[in-house]
Design a protein around this ligand. Structure first.
Ligand code: NAD
Length: 253
């Protein structure tokens, strides 16, 4: 029970990676505060999780919602030990010449502003506690380019920068900040990317994306969650400001 009675706050918790992480933290004894856009989606996703849990609907891109989810979590549990800063969207699939500023702004509003606001308010709590661990969900798109996904790629590059900076700002307080950088993960987000990339040819698109990974497949959400648990645990006590590729070798090619 590595996380017995630890308070774990997860955004994007009704989605594939978020709920996989919630289940694994719960299995290790954690108490959960789960954040996503819809209360109903959270209730469905978390129904089978046997743990003390708080379900909080919020738009991570709106500061008043972020203040509210952080406040509700600390009011209920008294502290935040782990923050999985995970909510994200992929946006449209189009080359820059055909892409819109609105799409760029929409993606940045969640993936950058949302992640920034989560850090802004959760790190206040953690620095006061003088303990805590944050895992930001970046992407190998934060390290590489990908045609058709400029907004998403920009957002995840920005998040890697914010991750490094946040880690340096709070290292003195015993708070660690790291990021995971997955390649394609078998969740709703990849279904959306397949659909946007190849309308009517999703199966071919999926095979193409998988073939670009040396291990020739998507990651499972559980594989990403395992890395999140490691980075949040005492086993990672001297790791901060780092990002970890978890990509079947894709970033090596
Ligand atoms: P997902 O679509 O299953 O889950 C994302 C969740 O975030 C959804 O439940 C969604 O409702 C929530 N969300 C979106 N906008 C929000 C907002 N404004 N406020 C609150 N919640 C919001 O996708 P996933 O694969 O689980 O994605 C989780 C994270 O992993 C994202 O940051 C994504 O960029 C990152 N990621 C995913 C992949 C992949 O291939 N699936 C690869 C690398 C990184």
């Amino acid at each position: 029970m590595e996380f017995k009675d630890k308070v774990v706050l997860i955004t994007g918790a009704a989605g594939g990676i978020g709920i996989a992480a919630a289940k694994k933290f719960a299995a290790e004894g954690a108490k959960l505060a789960l954040v996503d856009l819809s209360q109903e989606a959270l209730e469905t996703a978390a129904a089978s999780i046997d743990a003390e849990k708080l379900l909080l609907s919020a738009n991570v891109g709106k500061e008043e919602d972020v203040v509210n989810y952080v406040q509700k979590t600390t009011e209920h549990f008294g502290r935040i030990d782990v923050f999985v800063n995970n909510a994200g969207i992929n946006g449209e699939f189009a080359n820059i010449v055909d892409s819109s500023v609105e799409n760029l702004e929409k993606v940045l509003a969640v993936n950058v502003v949302g992640a920034f606001l989560g850090l802004k308010h959760v790190l206040k709590v953690m620095t006061e506690q003088k303990s805590g661990a944050v895992v930001n969900t970046a992407s190998n798109g934060g390290l590489l380019g990908a045609p058709g996904m400029s907004a998403y790629i920009a957002s995840k590059h920005a998040l890697i920068g914010i991750n490094k900076t946040a880690a340096l700002e709070v290292a003195d307080y015993g708070v660690r900040v790291n990021a995971v950088a997955p390649s394609g993960v078998d969740t709703a987000m990849m279904r959306s990317i397949e659909t946007n990339a190849a309308k009517g040819h999703e199966e071919e698109a999926r095979k193409g994306f998988e073939a670009s990974v040396p291990m020739n497949r998507y990651a499972t959400a559980e594989e990403i969650a395992d890395l999140m648990l490691f980075l949040s645990s005492e086993k990672a006590s001297f790791i901060t400001g780092s990002y970890y590729r978890i990509d079947g070798g894709q970033g090596t090619t």
